[in-house]
Design a protein around this ligand. Sequence first.
Ligand code: GDP
Length: 191
Amino acid sequence: TDFKDMQFVCSAPTPRAFPDPEGPEIAFAGRSNAGKSSALNAICERVGLARTSKTPGRTQAINFFESGPLRFADLPGYGYARVPPATKAAWQALIEGYLSGRTTLTGVVLIMDARRPLTAFDRQFLDWGTRFGLAFHLILTKADKLSRNQQIKALRGVEQEIEGATMQLFSASKRQGIDEARAAIATLASA
Ligand code: GDP
């Protein structure tokens, strides 16, 4: 797979707007500000491929990308402290509709800040995904903010709590773990 050739397909605010299910699809999820856009851009070597909205309450959408047969679905970040209930409900409906009904979805990459992984949102998301039978790869990003010892401790901590998922340390700014992430994505896509 050529991760460097990912092209924007469309932005879908409702399940009706999802592109036709084609090829293996990998979803990217994470708490807002976890570093998901930076991780996606580093993996695809494309500045600005994935963007985030820092505006709470803004209309949220799933952004689709593709390269050859492989599709990426960039899910809107979750966990703004002060989102209006209606926005939260819309987010949940969109994500649940996607996770439950997307026949081509073969795996989910969950991006977490290595300094505070497994937030309540992450746990809920893992719970949902697992219930829908999805395989997970966990990326602990911003590893550059931790010492080597702290990085290993963070990874071990998640390993002890989460069974049946692969996981790794990552840093977009230091370009750490990019090859490992690509290999894990390729494995999810071929499952
Ligand atoms: P998103 O909301 O999950 O898409 O997060 P972003 O990718 O927009 O990143 C949120 C903030 O974290 C930004 O200020 C980034 O510059 C910063 N950030 C993202 N990845 C890294 C990383 O690997 N290392 C460091 N030190 N900062 C990062």
